[in-house]
Design a protein around this ligand. Structure first.
Ligand code: SAH
Length: 344
């Protein structure tokens, strides 16, 4: 079966040509899939019955099904639990901002990066998602709410650069004029720091935002919480970031989750400021979501503010992330984990 939802328009045109159909028909099919967001060939009413049957025989529209949905009373943040065709469970989050609706998508079921503070990685990776399965999360949420999705962040479960080809394909389709046409600057890809892939991405010169999960000011601390740090050390990572900026002119966002007593001292802040000096970057401080299994607790409000002011006073642009959906376990793989434990 052909995975038709994962095809870029030119590929769909070739495929349709192969089965004796015109480029115009391919455009119609693409429009149904990526703009009208249908999940069934029978809904493609401007195609002949014969063509619909032919497409059904040869291809499959991959989709994700909603198995659960939690809406935050506090801020309208909605967490979706989806099941894939292979029965794997993933989660996505809809966040409502003044500038529009942002969706956080998963790129893998589980993750193999092993960051000690992250719930997605506890049972390793189950599978990498196809481009269609990643798109399908955005499409299902837009259908469910009836509201346009304006921003997409690749920050759900999984390491996007560990599923590079499918993720790039996803971005291209999402960004296509004939699809949802979400601007590259409205797409953020977050990575734990696979430096070779970061450089490959830089060469594509996309205008997406690259977020890098840093969470420490040096190798010593980073090694203890992020295993990937032993493969690509701090300086190698910063080099890849500089290369990214050089090629794309884009500012890097560094994510830094503050864990009490682990990476939140003022000397950590000083060291971080020194390391990042001169880079085109921005630091986003995130109070870590408590992980019971690891005894990690978020830093206090005062600590976070002091950490931020050290960075700011050293000329590093810094923000503190507002916590959304804290009443619905919206954070970082927690809903999926709870569901999986229930299922076992
Ligand atoms: N694998 C990618 C994207 C998924 S995680 C990456 O590592 O960037 C998205 C962000 O959430 C990352 O910055 C990750 O480090 C962070 N994160 C994971 N678990 C967290 C937790 N318990 N508290 C705060 N941030 C967490």
């Amino acid at each position: 079966m052909v995975d038709i939802l994962s095809m870029e328009l030119d590929e769909l045109q070739l495929f349709m040509k192969d089965i004796g159909e015109s480029a115009f028909r391919a455009k119609q099919v693409y429009d149904w899939l990526h703009r009208k967001l249908v999940t069934d060939f029978d809904e493609m009413t401007n195609l002949s019955k014969a063509l619909r049957e032919k497409l059904k025989e040869m291809s499959k529209i991959q989709s994700v099904e909603i198995v659960d949905k939690l809406v935050s009373k506090a801020d309208g943040t909605t967490k979706y639990l989806f099941v894939l065709d292979n029965d794997s469970i993933i989660e996505s989050v809809l966040m409502r901002y003044s500038f529009g609706n942002a969706v956080c998508v998963s790129t893998q079921a589980g993750c193999r990066m092993g960051c000690t503070f992250c719930a997605s990685t506890i049972n390793g990776v189950e599978c990498s998602l196809t481009a269609g399965e990643i798109l399908s999360q955005v499409y299902a949420i837009q259908r469910d709410t009836g509201e346009r999705v304006s921003n997409v962040v690749l920050m759900g479960s999984g390491e996007p650069l560990d599923n590079y080809d499918n993720v790039i394909r996803f971005i291209r389709i999402l960004n296509s004029k004939e699809g949802l046409d979400i601007g590259q600057r409205h797409i953020t890809l977050s990575t734990c720091g696979l430096t070779e892939k970061m450089k490959e991405l830089a060469l594509l010169k996309l205008q997406i935002t690259l977020a890098v999960s840093l969470h420490a000011p040096n190798d010593e601390i980073r090694n203890t919480i992020m295993p990937i740090s032993r493969k690509y050390d701090f300086e190698t990572l910063l080099d890849a970031c500089r290369f990214y900026t050089e090629k794309t002119n884009r500012r890097i966002t560094f994510e830094y989750s503050l864990i009490k007593g682990v990476n939140d001292s003022l000397s950590c802040a000083e060291e971080l400021a020194a390391r990042l000096k001169g880079m085109l970057c921005h630091v986003n401080l995130i109070p870590v979501n408590d992980v019971k299994e690891r005894n990690y607790v978020k830093s206090g409000v005062k600590t976070i503010e002091q950490f931020a002011s050290v960075l700011s006073s050293r000329g590093i642009e810094t923000t503190i992330r507002r916590e959304l959906g804290s009443d619905i376990n919206a954070a970082c793989g927690q809903l999926r984990k709870g569901y999986m434990e229930g299922r076992r």
